[in-house]
Design a protein around this ligand. Structure first.
Ligand code: HEM
Length: 426
């Protein structure tokens, strides 16, 4: 049900029409109802940048312990222990500290050559083709391969592992996610690998998790249990697949729609990191994160009662004119791009550097590897006929395949040799 024309603002993260372009709804919320209650599903939202940013820091009032996904909070199911997204301090501090010790910037950087080789392997056969589906050929493959490299999952099994992990987070168009307690952060699919790794240590993350020590809530320093390792592994696989895949899809679409900036990037590769962050600000791959309100709190004269679920609208905050000049304009040159797409504060995304690395390699190779033409990239389009089974506002709603496809080609602009030479028509 879409009621954009009604007198009071309306926002519903399950509404397929609103999700097709949620930005007008966000603008109305920010201006007319910066604290908003959705009566149909009984949840609250905050939409202004300052409010969202402060709420992300204030874990005593806005707790993660009931999950950071609205549907799971509302389902009220018991959550498995050890999932750091579903924790507040002090438990979160311990689990995050352990993960940060094994999930280091150095480990991410070491993957760069492998990631690049995989990207080139995907794109090479497509050189000279009339077009391809970026989601099928690259975005749905790359994050899964990278997580597989990180964890040490054999390549032959990676697709099956991704599909099982994603299936637990899938939504149907227009509907909240059907939450099943037994499916939350369940890592069963990894148990055979963990068993095998325990007998065949390597230099991958799974081996490090097997060897890592944690001081538990009773102060005892011990190795992780197998169940905890399964949970950690499931968290990484669940958090890093779809999010990064969508970033790759949006990069292609946004660059296709901004040919001037695309040409600048092709000429000046130092802009690529800005491209990633401006794309994350402009088209975040997850639109919101949820919290549980622990104590009543007042915003703009309205009281949000204790016990309420609340959505912090990251995507709306990213387009708040109080924070960004001309927020609806895509501009890789803007100062201070800092967005909220990776969250903020104690739950700030642990995989942010890895996601940036993948995005950087993809945009570099995409803009240099193929004989792109103005026609080709500009015709990347989202296929509106295909129903997109996602509810981005709900947090981690999943999408089968946002079918961004490419159209016909012409030969007026040629990118030749990976990143080294660019030929443009006079
Ligand atoms: C474009 C890609 C990505 C986006 C937009 C993204 C977004 C986010 C956001 C918004 C949060 C905070 C959630 C909250 O506050 O409730 C988060 C947390 C997290 N992300 Fe990511 N993520 C991405 C990629 C990745 C990757 C590639 C990995 C790992 C392989 C990863 C692992 C994690 C983990 C472990 C957390 C939990 C941190 C904590 O609770 O302390 N993410 N991510």
């Amino acid at each position: 049900m879409s009621v954009q024309g009604a007198t009071s603002p309306y926002y519903d993260p399950y509404d397929v029409d609103i999700n097709a372009d949620p930005y007008p709804a966000y603008a109305r919320l920010r201006e007319e109802a910066p604290v908003y209650h959705n009566e149909r599903y009984d949840f609250w939202t905050l939409s202004r940048h300052e409010d969202v940013e402060k709420a992300l820091l204030n874990w005593r009032t806005f707790s993660s312990t009931r999950s950071d996904i609205l549907d799971i909070i509302k389902a009220g199911v018991a959550l498995p222990p050890g999932v750091m997204m579903f924790q507040d301090p002090p438990s979160h501090t311990k689990h995050r500290g352990l993960m940060a010790r094994v999930f280091t910037p150095r480990r991410m950087a070491e993957l760069e050559d492998q990631v690049r080789a995989f990207c080139i392997r995907c794109l090479d056969p497509l050189v000279g083709s009339g077009g391809f589906d970026i989601i099928t050929e690259l975005a749905s493959m790359m994050p899964m391969r990278v997580i597989g490299m990180l964890l040490g999952i054999p390549e032959a099994d990676q697709i099956a592992v991704r599909d099982k992990t994603d299936a637990n987070l899938r939504t149907k168009p227009g509907k909240p996610m059907a939450v099943r307690e037994e499916n939350i952060a369940r890592g069963d699919v990894f148990s055979d690998y963990i068993e095998w790794r325990s007998k065949h240590p390597s230099d991958d993350l799974m081996t490090q998790l097997l060897e890592a020590e944690l001081e538990d809530d009773s102060g005892v320093v011990r190795r992780l249990t197998r169940q905890e390792i399964l949970t950690y592994t499931a968290v990484i696989a669940g958090a890093g697949n779809e999010t990064t895949g969508r970033l790759i899809g949006w990069l292609a679409k946004v660059l296709a729609e901004h040919p001037e900036q695309r040409r600048e990037i092709a000429q000046d590769r130092s802009l690529i990191l800005r491209v990633i962050d401006e794309t994350l600000r402009f088209e975040p791959t997850g639109h919101a994160t949820a919290r549980f309100v622990m104590e009543e709190v007042e915003y703009y004269g309205t009281t949000i009662p204790a016990g309420s679920p609340i959505l912090l609208l990251l995507a709306s905050a990213n387009r708040d004119p109080r924070r960004y000049a001309a927020p609806d304009v895509y501009d890789v040159h803007r100062d201070d791009i800092q967005h909220l797409t990776f969250g903020y504060g104690l739950h700030y995304c642990l995989g942010a550097n890895l996601a940036r690395l993948e995005g950087r390699i993809d945009s570099f190779e995409l803009s240099s590897e193929l004989p792109w033409t103005n026609g080709l990239l500009e015709r990347f389009r989202r296929d509106d006929d295909a129903a997109c089974d996602t509810s981005p506002g709900a947090g981690d709603g999943m999408c089968d395949a946002c079918p961004i496809t490419s159209g016909a080609t012409s030969d007026d602009e040629m990118f030749v040799l990976r990143g080294t030479r660019l030929e443009l028509p006079e």
